[in-house]
Design a protein around this ligand. Structure first.
Ligand SMILES: Cc1cc2nc3c(=O)[nH]c(=O)nc-3n(C[C@H](O)[C@H](O)[C@H](O)COP(=O)(O)OP(=O)(O)OC[C@H]3O[C@@H](n4cnc5c(N)ncnc54)[C@H](O)[C@@H]3O)c2cc1C
Length: 397
């Protein structure tokens, strides 16, 4: 339920603080501004779009340009259908400039507390800053903190081990034997990048076989199907997707990658979006990417796999995901579930935390950027309703 607790006149003079200058935070800042509400984005790095600047070089959006634009400014046609990382960054820079968003960079928010007067939120930030906002939108990103499993023997392992967030391109791995761990979209794409970049051997360690979908079939983007089925019952989507997968994706069991037992949409709800094929299927069939068992740990300079075998690669790239990293920021407010995800998102606020909004902590089948755009509109509507006419207003030009 959207929060409807109105603000006192004093609290209403405070701006809305948006924590994080990625696509989610920028979109909310714009939708608030479009309603005449003053929004200040606090971004810990020195520029907007920090996450996108750090992604690997070959990355292109898996979602279409048209369904990835943020409110109030479409992505330019010249970016093509599958937008490159650099163009996403260009777009975010342009977005902030075009909408004249109020952004303070180099400010990291470490903790959010209730304001002492009970009206709004007190933010503790870099340099001992204390900022009080009428409302706060947390947009610090689903992929906030790189997660490296606590594998036995990891600390003693002296070989090259890096998280996928530190991988840029295949150049340092040309002529080398690399083990990629994890077959989400990132692991799958890095494995292909390594093959194309001349690694001498590429193995992909897989614990649970993923759902693999074609990014586009006869011009129909996989994302369109995601949008269509978003509100359908999970069991139905699971059933529908099975025969479709059989037609569009070859059986890779002989190469160590059987079809998954769990349905496609059930897996999405568990947090695993399908892998969009950008060359993995061909690379596996050609034997250029070898599928091996999951990593269980490290022993005597070798990597121990779940099937009892050992491998000795030159480098290990762990595409093992991210954590939300919200505990320090808002964990003490009882607004997170047992997995560290916010209890409410979009226009809804967690019980007992009026004016504390979260965006970007879902991982929808229909595309995260599209979801961020929709949530931004909903959050701005909810904030405007809550503050009625009394929120800190921008001067009318
Ligand atoms: C490799 C990869 C590919 C993806 N491809 C697609 C795709 O094709 N289509 C799609 O729809 N989605 C995609 N996504 C998912 C999603 O769209 C992106 O992760 C997107 O960047 C999320 O935006 P965000 O604003 O929620 O988070 P982020 O972009 O991560 O932005 C968060 C911002 O908050 C800042 N920040 C964090 N903590 C603090 C703090 N305490 N104080 C101040 N600032 C802080 C960070 O510096 C960062 O700038 C992809 C994600 C990844 C990782």
């Amino acid at each position: 339920m959207a929060d409807s607790t109105a603000l006192s006149p004093a609290a209403a003079d405070r701006p809305v603080y948006v924590i994080g200058g990625g696509p989610g935070g920028l979109a909310v800042a714009y939708t608030l501004r479009a309603r005449g509400i003053r929004a200040v984005v606090l971004e810990k790095s020195d520029r907007v779009g920090a996450s996108w600047r750090g992604h690997y070089d070959r990355l292109h959006l898996h979602t279409t340009r048209r369904l990835s634009g943020l409110p109030g400014l479409p992505m330019p046609r010249r970016f093509g259908r599958w937008v490159s990382r650099d163009d996403v960054v260009r777009y975010l820079e342009k977005y902030a400039e075009h909408h004249e968003l109020e952004i303070v960079t180099g400010v990291e928010v470490s903790r959010v507390d209730r304001a002492p007067d009970g009206q709004g939120w007190l933010l503790h930030a870099t340099g001992g800053r204390e900022l009080t906002g009428a409302a706060v939108v947390v947009a610090t990103g689903y992929n906030h903190t790189p997660h490296l499993p606590d594998w036995p023997g990891r600390e003693e392992y002296t070989g090259e081990l890096l998280h996928a967030s530190a991988y840029r391109n295949a150049e340092p791995y040309a002529g080398r034997d690399v083990l990629v761990v994890g077959v989400g979209n990132t692991g799958a794409e890095i494995a292909v990048d390594l093959v194309e970049g001349g690694a001498s051997r590429v193995r992909l360690a897989v614990r649970t076989a993923p759902h693999i979908v074609r990014r586009s079939t006869a011009g129909w983007a996989a994302q369109y199907s995601g949008v269509l089925v978003r509100r359908l019952p999970v069991g139905l989507v699971d059933r529908l997707s099975r025969p479709l997968a059989k037609v569009s994706v070859p059986d890779l069991s002989a190469h160590g990658l059987p079809r998954p037992d769990t349905g496609l949409y059930s897996r999405v709800l568990e947090g695993a979006v399908p892998v969009q094929d950008v060359g993995l299927i061909d690379a596996i069939r050609a034997g250029k990417v070898e599928v091996v068992a999951a990593v269980d740990g490290f022993e005597d300079g070798k990597v121990a796999l779940a099937d009892g075998t050992f491998v000795e690669p030159d480098a290990v790239v762990a595409a093992t995901g991210y954590r939300r990293g919200l505990e320090g920021l808002v964990g003490h407010l009882d607004v997170l579930d047992s997995r560290g995800k916010p209890l409410a998102h979009g226009a809804r606020t967690p019980a007992g935390a009026p004016g504390l909004y979260f965006t970007g902590f879902t991982n929808p089948i229909s595309g995260m950027l599209r979801e961020l755009a929709m949530d931004a509109e909903k959050i701005a509507r909810a904030v405007a309703k809550r503050g009625a006419e009394r929120l800190s207003r921008l001067p009318v030009a």
